[in-house]
Write a protein that binds this ligand. Structure first.
Ligand SMILES: N[C@@H](CCC(=O)N[C@@H](CS)C(=O)NCC(=O)O)C(=O)O
Length: 210
């Protein structure tokens, strides 16, 4: 099995966290998005060119971080169970997984990439909309985390794998200091050994980017 990823990509960090949680070893292949040739070669394998992507030994491709984790959960019973066996509990995990991908991470992407565009190509209206969605999500998560350790039940799950990179990155571009339960949850996620290991790979790459 081979994972195509970028150490700084939040969706890759989500998949890597899951791999560490499950103690599943796999070959790694870093896609350097700054290298046009490498990017073009990767698009021949996966036309969307997005990471993460899991390639099975027979060449079968599994894109999408959530689906990669679903595959790991179905095929490896080692380590942490990231998707509960009970269908209702599993649906709850999937719901929070969606929330982090769609409303937290997409908001991060909008703010982060907009700031890197030349002045005339920026989209202040889109950034404002992303921030107001995040305001809603921060308040919602803060209340939800009042008496919880992990986001979707008593145990660490796929949803926490999604939350960890989202909150680590959002802290940098749209901090949530006013939301104490979110801050505490982000702290627990940062200390979770699986995410800490994945993030440790991202830190030197981020430092180089400045
Ligand atoms: N829904 C996908 C999102 C994957 C995604 O957007 N990956 C970004 C990096 S975090 C990427 O590959 N961007 C490069 C591009 O879109 O060309 C998932 O969950 O895996």
């Amino acid at each position: 099995m081979k994972l195509y990823y970028s150490p700084i990509s939040p969706f890759s960090l989500k998949a890597l966290t899951a791999l560490h949680e499950k103690g599943v070893a796999c070959e790694r292949h870093i896609i350097d998005f700054g290298d046009a040739e490498a990017r073009a070669a990767y698009k021949k394998k996966y036309p969307l060119g997005k990471v993460p992507l899991l390639e099975l030994d027979d060449g079968y491709l599994i894109p999408e971080s959530t689906i990669i984790i679903e595959y790991l959960e179905t095929h490896f019973d080692s380590g942490t169970r990231l998707i509960p066996a009970d269908p209702d509990d599993a649906r709850r995990v999937r719901f929070y997984d969606r929330q982090f991908d769609l409303y937290f991470l997409n908001g991060f992407g909008k703010i982060f990439f907009d700031a890197r565009r030349p002045e005339g190509e920026r989209d202040p209206r889109g950034v404002k909309a992303a921030k107001s969605t995040l305001d809603v999500m921060y308040a919602y998560l803060d209340e939800h985390m009042q008496k919880r350790t992990w986001v979707a039940g008593a145990d660490f799950s796929m949803a926490d794998c999604a939350a960890a990179p989202a909150l680590a990155y959002l802290r940098m571009v749209y901090p949530y200091d006013a939301f104490k339960n979110v801050v505490a949850y982000a702290g627990r996620l940062a200390e979770r050994p699986s995410f800490a290991k994945a993030w440790a790979e991202a830190v030197p790459v981020l430092a180089k980017l400045g």
